[in-house]
Design a protein around this ligand. Structure first.
Ligand SMILES: Cc1cc2nc3c(=O)[nH]c(=O)nc-3n(C[C@H](O)[C@H](O)[C@H](O)COP(=O)(O)OP(=O)(O)OC[C@H]3O[C@@H](n4cnc5c(N)ncnc54)[C@H](O)[C@@H]3O)c2cc1C
Length: 421
């Protein structure tokens, strides 16, 4: 008989200490990797230090991510969960505005997705993985690992009891926890300045025709082009709002964060009109220094997924998509390795994953110089170019038939010359 979601994620009474694959973290990359490994018939143990549901930032998905949810057998659960539908992005700066509809794009594939409260979304995904047979232990923290052909994890449960997990392979899906990069000194410079975000949820109470809820709104500060806001309508009249800037710009004592975010929202005309007075539904939070990178995304007996490997920047909502892409790619290589095949992790995992990350990176860097903003607002863009840009914004950053993926730096630089004011 099929287990219910609640039964499936309950901590087990007996511990299995030998497993094919141990996964650190039950966020989206860990959950999708776990489900895909179960589909391939592998035993999986997911160790998660928190209890779900728990808040997480990263609420606007990209359509490309739907393919990985589908592959992991999670699509029906996501579609039926009642999340806010999403089909594009609306950009606004002073009196300029530009809307991208992700259904009108260069690449084939999903053109729609969702805007999600991550507490519910992440719980749903890991529940699906558990239903497919992954063992999930909440409240279990990975403290250490010895690498090698047979890696061993040191784990502590909430009573403080420690135990060891012997795995044939470890996937680090610990997100900003960055467990293995820290333990194994894998950190590398990101080349991006230290930025921060302050954010919250508001009760928007907006009438249906006030704003297209099916789109994320990305608004640039009227005076500072390197400062921007997200407004992400969620289901049930709730909206996520945040401001991203160089860390010093948002450095206020915790007690003043709410006042600071309120003032910033009111300084941007579109946000002010829509949610200038909307009450905050939770304390204003801050996250900073989130950009991260590593020398390599794999090593003996392990690979890094999602944010445990790298994180660029929130501006194009690429985080969850990259996390799911990494799970999809890593599992393909890992299943072959577990079957005894010779695999080349660098050529089969690092290089192809970084291809798309580098396309996003080219977009992110030019966002903050203002060049990409000029491209986005350029009124005479051809439909063909718009569809290519739309495809990258929709997450299709690995489709090399798109010139802005195959050669992003050169293409964007050339396009900017044609669009600059
Ligand atoms: C300001 C901001 C806005 C963002 N907005 C978006 C957006 O709109 N759309 C988008 O797609 N992305 C967005 N992101 C990025 C997004 O948050 C991440 O990319 C995404 O959550 C990564 O998923 P993951 O599975 O790699 O890690 P996570 O979702 O972070 O999951 C990691 C899990 O590992 C667990 N863990 C950590 N350490 C340990 C340990 N020692 N032992 C056991 N478990 C552990 C954690 O508790 C956590 O549950 C944003 C990021 C920032 C900073």
């Amino acid at each position: 008989m099929e287990q219910s979601l609640a039964e499936a994620v309950t901590a087990p009474s007996t511990r299995r200490e030998d497993v094919d694959v141990a996964i650190i973290g039950a966020g989206p990359s860990g959950a999708v990797a776990a489900a895909l490994l179960r589909k391939a018939g592998r035993s999986v143990l997911v160790l998660e230090r928190q209890h779900f549901p728990r808040f997480s930032i990263g609420e606007s998905l990209l359509p490309q991510s739907m393919a990985y949810l589908e592959e992991a057998g999670m699509l029906q659960a996501v579609v039926e969960a009642g999340f806010q539908y999403k089909n594009g992005a609306h950009f606004v700066w002073r009196d300029q505005a530009s809307t991208y509809d992700f259904r009108d794009k260069h690449s084939a594939g999903w053109g729609t997705t969702y805007q999600v409260e991550r507490a519910k979304f992440d719980e749903l995904l890991i529940g699906c993985a558990a239903q497919q047979g992954a063992e999930v232990r909440f409240g279990h923290t990975v403290l250490g690992m010895s690498t090698g052909a047979a890696p061993v994890l040191d784990v502590a449960d909430e009573s403080g009891a420690q135990y060891r997990v012997h795995a044939r392979f470890v996937l680090d899906a610990s997100g900003f926890g960055r467990v293995l990069p820290r333990l194994l000194n894998l950190e590398a410079p990101t080349g991006l300045p230290t930025r921060a975000a302050i954010f919250s949820h508001v009760r928007d109470g907006l009438p249906l025709d006030a704003f297209d809820r099916n789109k994320i709104c990305v608004a640039t500060h009227p005076e500072r082009r390197d400062v921007w806001f997200w407004m992400i309508p969620l289901a049930g009249g709730r909206t996520s709002v945040g401001c991203v800037a160089e860390a010093a710009f948002l450095d206020v004592p915790e007690a003043e964060r709410e006042t600071r975010l309120r003032a910033l929202i009111r300084s941007e005309p579109t946000l002010n009109r829509l949610i200038g007075d909307a009450p905050f539904l939770m304390p204003v939070n801050r996250i900073g220094g989130y950009s991260a990178n590593v020398e390599r995304l794999h090593g003996p007996g392990y690979a890094l997924l999602g944010n445990a490997g790298e994180f660029l920047d929130p501006v194009f909502s690429s985080g969850v998509t990259i996390a799911l892409r990494s799970a999809h790619l890593a599992v393909k290589v890992l299943v072959r390795a577990l079957d005894g095949a010779q695999v080349d992790w660098y050529a089969e995992y690092d290089v192809p994953l970084r291809k798309g990350i580098d396309a996003f990176r080219a977009f992110v860097e030019r966002w903050y110089t203002g060049e990409l903003q000029d491209i986005i607002y350029y009124p005479r863009q051809t439909p063909t170019i718009r569809r290519m840009i739309s495809a990258v914004l929709a997450g299709y950053a690995w489709d090399e038939s798109n010139p802005f993926v195959a050669d992003p730096v050169r293409r964007l630089n050339t396009l900017y010359e044609a669009c600059k004011p």
